[in-house]
Write a protein that binds this ligand. Structure first.
Ligand code: PLP
Length: 454
């Protein structure tokens, strides 16, 4: 299987090359050259363990990874999940489920794809013999998930920039209390945009990039997209047969960068019988506005109770755009250029198709957390809560639970009067924080990486 760029100005590449590159050389994002039809495979996949399902699915794409290596990779990827079913489907009432994606090492859904990506990096180092320095910026969950996928790995140093004082205290502890000597959490004196700007600047410094063999962790890596398709299939096979066959099943996805829900849509394109997909945003509702009006227009980011969905530009949206534009890379380039120049774009005659969208502000998030506890005794984190803003009572519905409520103890305490806990987080509370503080300047970070890199 080959992978093409959404911008169509570079040659198709194999799986390993697409994963190693992250971003395509023409600035586009990688997509499978063609999508397999998984429908005939679903019966055979229905009783497999999660890791076995992951193996079968990834095998369709990672054709340049040997079977033994892929086997090893998936076995390693899900072993640190605390629940035996990896992604348990919890029934709240007849016809309404939560797919809990927060039983991984950092208690957010990003572990699913990130654990896989960590294993792929390890393989790459094994094959090339070249050590790498991983660099990324985070507002919380991505950085923690990346660190925990590369913890203690030989030949990798990981540098994660985050805005000092602006990530949740437990998120910081997840990054800064690992005790691993290859992990360097860097608190910069600036905001998330500064962190991202520095990372971009260092990646575009070609001499430095090459010398330090920099690798990115970001939400646009192909392995993350594919790694996130698997739990849609997993959830579907756990549903009652009548629901699976009714064809009106809806998945509701708390959305920020459009990575998670895009994976669901892609799986539907491969034949998984999903009736509808709902983009659930918080008050940063650029995607809500797009899916209800066809207008895509970024505004200022408003900090919310669901910080991992506080985005201004949905970086995975370009992948969806490719299909929306009838697979025409020239059209994608046109839209991306217009977005870069003006920050807005309107899709003529937009048809949302299988998508709908909802949004929830902070007050609504609190109300939902309260209601879910009153009705079902279920404690939802503020991100997952956004998924319950507008449930269609006539459809079987799966809401994706994207984070463990114990990651956001203040919000839950203010709303429900108690603090949820998770063993993985309790253990962190007594550990020493080891972080590095730097000014928000590329030169300072460059010098730090030169000193501590591998
Ligand atoms: C990253 C994240 C999201 C948003 O997912 P996208 O793939 O960016 O749309 C939602 N909830 C949580 C808890 C997250 O960490």
């Amino acid at each position: 299987m080959k992978f093409i760029s959404t911008r169509g100005q570079c040659a198709p590449v194999g799986f390993n090359a697409a994963v190693a590159a992250g971003l395509a050389p023409d600035g586009g994002l990688y997509l499978p050259e063609r999508l397999p039809d998984i429908r005939p495979l679903l019966p055979r996949w229905s009783n497999l363990a999660y890791a076995d399902l992951a193996y079968e699915f990834l095998h369709l794409f990672a054709t340049d990874v040997s079977s033994a290596e892929l086997r090893n990779l998936v076995d390693r990827s899900y072993i640190r999940f605390a629940h035996p079913d990896v992604a348990p489907l919890v029934e709240l009432r007849d016809g309404l489920w939560v797919l809990e994606l927060f039983h991984g090492p950092t208690l957010a859904f990003k572990d699913f794809a990130m654990q896989l990506l960590g294993g792929l990096y390890a393989n790459q180092i094994l094959h090339t013999g070249q050590f790498i320095n991983v660099l990324g910026a985070t507002s919380g969950d991505t950085g923690a998930a990346a660190i925990h996928s590369l913890l203690g790995l030989e030949g990798v140093r990981i540098f994660i920039l985050y805005p000092r004082g602006r990530v949740a205290p437990l998120q910081e502890r997840q990054m800064a209390c690992t005790g691993a000597s290859n992990v360097f959490p860097i608190a910069i004196n600036g905001n998330f945009d500064d962190a991202q700007r520095i990372v971009k600047e260092l990646f575009s410094d070609h001499a430095f990039h090459a010398k330090m063999r920099l690798s990115a962790v970001n939400s646009i890596n192909l392995a993350r997209t594919l790694g996130q398709c698997i739990y849609y299939i997993h959830a579907w096979r756990r549903l009652p047969e009548a629901v699976r066959e009714a064809k009106d099943l809806e998945f509701i996805v708390p959305t920020g960068n459009f990575g998670n829900i895009f994976a669901g849509w892609l799986t539907r394109q491969m034949g998984l019988p999903i009736g509808r997909l709902c983009v659930a945003t918080n008050q940063n509702d650029i995607l809500y506005r797009f899916f209800t009006s066809g207008r895509y227009e970024s505004g200022p980011v408003l900090p919310s109770l669901a910080p991992s969905m506080d985005i201004q530009v949905a970086s995975n949206f370009e992948r969806f755009l490719y299909y929306l534009d009838q697979n025409d890379p020239a059209a994608v380039r046109g839209v991306m250029e217009q977005l870069r120049a003006t920050g807005k774009w309107t899709c003529e005659n937009f048809d949302p198709g299988v998508f709908r969208a909802t949004h929830a502000n902070d007050e609504e998030i609190r109300e939902i957390i309260d209601d879910l506890y009153a009705c079902f005794h279920y404690v939802a984190d503020p991100h997952t809560a956004c998924g319950f803003a507008d449930i269609d009572p006539d459809r079987p519905t799966v809401v994706l639970g994207t984070a463990h409520p114990a990651k956001f103890p203040e919000t839950i305490r203010d709303t429900l009067g108690f603090e949820p806990t998770a063993p993985a987080l309790e253990a962190l509370k007594n550990r020493t924080v080891i972080r590095h503080e730097l000014p928000a300047e590329a030169d300072a970070v460059r010098a730090f990486i030169e000193e501590h890199g591998v």
